[in-house]
Design a protein around this ligand. Structure first.
Ligand SMILES: Nc1nc2c(ncn2[C@@H]2O[C@H](COP(=O)(O)OP(=O)(O)O)[C@@H](O)[C@H]2O)c(=O)[nH]1
Ligand SMILES: [Mg+2]
Ligand SMILES: [Zn+2]
Length: 357
């Protein structure tokens, strides 16, 4: 039989990005919330119903072949699903990655993809609860999220997408542009970069100033250049998210898109918005932020806003700021919807032409 030769399936861990063969070991680790610890349970002798239940909510310790991470666990069902769709969020520190990631995941859990026939549920409850507590909760209360430092973080939350008989895990990695300048392919950051199969390049709109600031950011531009030079990434679909677009709410043509509540879905609209974002970035002098458009064969561009407005800081540089009128995410799912259609997960009319303008 062919399966005898194929051997166990190789999976990639969402925490350390190592690849390893997925072999059924007959044990499952169960998470104990009160002790925040995992207990290994032998499921071999168990009746099928009990065994299936433990597998569904259980975990498995990652062998982490590179041995460069503290002990960590994967959902016991990880090996049952198709290879995850791993999206890298690439951008400079403070471009708005963390807020955008939080707003997107929150919106997806609130049914924001249902109009496109995509159902979403968390794949890993421990991870999901921790993400809710640390990010979604404070964000909903209008608290500015803390900076995440410079390292590539692991998958914040893993979503299980279902659409038209397809099931696929979706995860995002926060990839700090500066970290990629000197990364080694054997490092954790390098492994993450190798595993992404789509990317969102995040560019934050500057605060509107009266002086003719160029909006250029040399560090951002340099790191994008380096990322684009990785040959294995050149053929993935990408989108450019011009975030903090709430700062452009009175600036045409951004205003027109921000007033639209519905995400773009039709190829025509995605193309029209992409042209407007392109023109805006070009005119504001942020030429290098357009590099992904020039370098990848499929790219869509979007105006988005995670918070809907600027945070206010009581004391500069001290505690977190607050969003005084609460948060109002605008069009945050658009970059994701485009990527889902460009990767073929979402069957939209004219999907073949999406991102090729
Ligand atoms: N006006 C506005 N500010 C934002 C938005 N998203 C993030 N910010 C601000 O931008 C700064 C950096 O955001 P953060 O998400 O931490 O950026 P990261 O370093 O790329 O993860 C913070 O001061 C946020 O208050 C947005 O959608 N609109
Ligand atoms: Mg961050
Ligand atoms: Zn791992």
């Amino acid at each position: 039989m062919s399966t005898a030769f194929a051997g166990p399936r190789a999976v990639r861990c969402p925490t350390c990005a190592d690849q390893f063969p997925w072999i059924d070991q007959g044990t499952v680790s169960v998470y104990d919330e009160t002790r925040t610890a995992y207990d290994e349970v032998d499921v071999n002798g168990l009746e099928p119903v009990k065994r299936a239940d433990l597998l569904r909510r259980g975990y498995r310790r990652c062998p982490n072949p590179s041995a460069d991470m503290p002990e960590h666990y994967l959902p016991a069902t990880w090996g049952d699903y198709a290879d995850p769709l791993a999206i890298g969020l690439v951008g400079l520190t403070s471009s708005g990655k963390t807020h955008l990631l939080t707003a997107m995941i929150r919106e997806a859990h609130r049914g924001g993809l249902l109009p496109y026939g995509v159902q979403v549920r968390p794949l890993d409850f421990v991870r999901h609860n921790s993400f809710k507590q640390t990010f979604i909760g404070p964000f909903e209360r209008g608290v500015e999220l803390p900076g995440t430092g410079s390292d590539v973080v692991d998958a914040a939350d893993i979503l299980l997408l279902r659409a038209g008989g397809q099931v696929r895990p979706l995860m995002f990695f926060d990839v700090n542009g500066e970290d990629l300048k000197n990364y080694d392919v054997r490092s954790r950051a390098g492994r993450f970069v190798l595993s992404v199969n789509a990317a969102i390049f995040v560019h934050g709109a500057e605060e509107v100033r009266n002086d003719a600031g160029s909006g250029e950011n040399p560090t951002f531009e340099l790191s994008i250049e380096r990322i684009l030079n990785r040959p294995m990434l050149s053929d993935i679909p990408v989108s450019i998210a011009l975030t903090k677009a709430d700062r452009l709410r009175y600036v045409p043509p951004a205003d027109r898109w921000l007033r639209r509540a519905e995400p773009n879905f039709a190829w025509r609209d995605v193309r029209a918005e992409s042209r407007d974002v392109y023109a805006y970035l070009y005119r504001s002098g942020a030429i290098a932020s357009l590099a992904p458009y020039e370098s990848f064969s499929r790219c869509s561009l979007h105006f988005v806003s995670a918070s809907g407005g600027d945070a206010v800081h009581a004391e500069r540089g001290r505690s977190s700021g607050v969003f005084p009128r609460g948060i109002r995410p605008l069009r945050v799912l658009d970059p994701l919807i485009s990527l889902l259609s460009m990767t073929g997960f979402l069957r939209v009319p004219e999907a073949e032409r999406m991102g090729r303008w």
